[in-house]
Design a protein around this ligand. Structure first.
Ligand code: UT7
Length: 323
């Protein structure tokens, strides 16, 4: 028997306010036509004054607990991926812990920007399989709207806010098609720090700063890195692209999703797409897309999933999961 981390349930949360491209074009020099053609984005949700990364994460976590049928008090680990924490410290994960009324568990944040959820999954999976913890909440949550320069049309139209969560449980699995996380593979290459970054921070400017991106160069790296890390994670699990039922990708750009699927010879219908309605929600995008496809009935128990993401750092990664 092998211990694996099994996804008990999923959840997500979006801010109440939804902003269309046309609404954005009223205050930014852009158009619905340009945004749809270049990115596939039609809408994004933007956090209001009472909504934060922590409140969205808590709502997503509650939904994941409910779909899992487990009590918050049974969670002994919270790993929260974010680049937009409520405060520099304490970790937003501890704010979620408090909001859920969990009296004792391990709770911390992981910062790997858009790949943050994949990093959080590998960390939680390793801790569960090592027997250190039994049941984990893994969350990706962001309020990127607060990092955007609304004068910079090359970035501000691309991002949105939201949160997604899963509950993982360590289970003894066996058989030919074991359930749970089958492999994870992560990478980082800090030589590319200056292609996607925030121009401020506690230890440099003492301010929060704004997001800056050289989009075309990020795009080029994304397609190559994502295709290669998906192949690596599948090979680690002894599988190949033709075994995959669903790709649950980071939602940065519809053209990246298409190009990556083509590289792996995967049918476009197997790729879960939410970039049209959520835009790029950084660490939240993979669990948001996963929850959407579980709730609309496309992803079923037993399906083979590949989750993947790439973002600032660069960081990138993939996970192969039997749902
Ligand atoms: O989540 C982390 C990973 N992030 C990504 O993966 C993002 C990757 N990059 C991209 O998705 C794309 O590169 C973008 C969507 C950011 C840009 O698309 P592009 O096809 O690479 O456009 P571009 O940057 O080459 O710009 C083309 C033109 C430029 O005008 P000129 O110089 O050709 O006259 C831009 O000024 O489009 C112009 N432009 C816009 N026009 C209207 C740039 N942004 C806008 C805009 N509205 N919002």
């Amino acid at each position: 028997m092998t211990v694996r981390s099994v996804i008990l349930g999923t959840g997500s949360a979006l801010p109440a306010q939804r902003v269309s491209n046309a609404e954005l074009a009223e205050r930014v020099d852009t158009s619905d036509e340009w945004i749809v053609e270049r990115t596939g984005i039609r809408f994004r949700h933007i956090a209001g004054p009472d909504e934060t990364t922590g409140t969205l994460a808590t709502d997503a976590a509650r939904a994941a607990l409910e779909s899992s049928g487990v009590q918050a008090s049974s969670i002994d680990l919270i790993v929260l991926a974010t680049a937009t924490p409520d405060q520099t410290f304490p970790a937003t994960a501890t704010r979620v812990q408090n909001a859920l009324g969990i009296l004792d568990c391990v709770a911390f944040d992981v910062a790997a920007v858009c790949s943050g959820f994949l990093y959080a999954v590998q960390v939680a999976d390793s801790m569960l399989r090592a027997g250190v913890h039994r049941r984990a909440l893994v969350i990706g949550a962001e309020t990127f709207s607060r990092l955007l320069d609304w004068e910079d049309r090359t970035t501000c139209v691309l991002f949105g806010d939201g949160a997604g969560a899963i509950v993982l449980e360590a289970q003894d699995t066996e058989g030919e098609t074991p359930q749970g996380i089958l492999s994870t593979k992560l990478h980082a290459d800090g030589r590319y720090n200056d292609l996607l970054y925030v121009d401020g921070g506690v230890s440099t400017t003492g301010t929060v700063g704004k997001l800056r991106m050289k989009g075309r160069e990020v795009f080029r790296h994304a397609v190559v890195n994502l295709a290669s890390v998906m192949n690596e994670s599948l090979a680690m699990a002894g599988l190949q692209p033709s075994d995959v039922d669903w790709v649950v990708p980071h939602q940065a750009n519809a053209r990246i999703l298409d190009a990556t699927a083509r590289k792996l010879d995967l049918a476009p219908e197997k790729v879960i797409v939410t970039v049209d309605r959520h835009a790029n929600t950084s660490a939240a995008s993979v669990p948001l897309a996963l929850d959407a496809a579980v709730r609309d009935g496309r992803i079923q128990r037993g399906d083979l999933l590949v989750l993947e993401a790439m973002g600032g750092g660069f960081t990138w990664g993939a996970a192969v999961v039997r749902f």
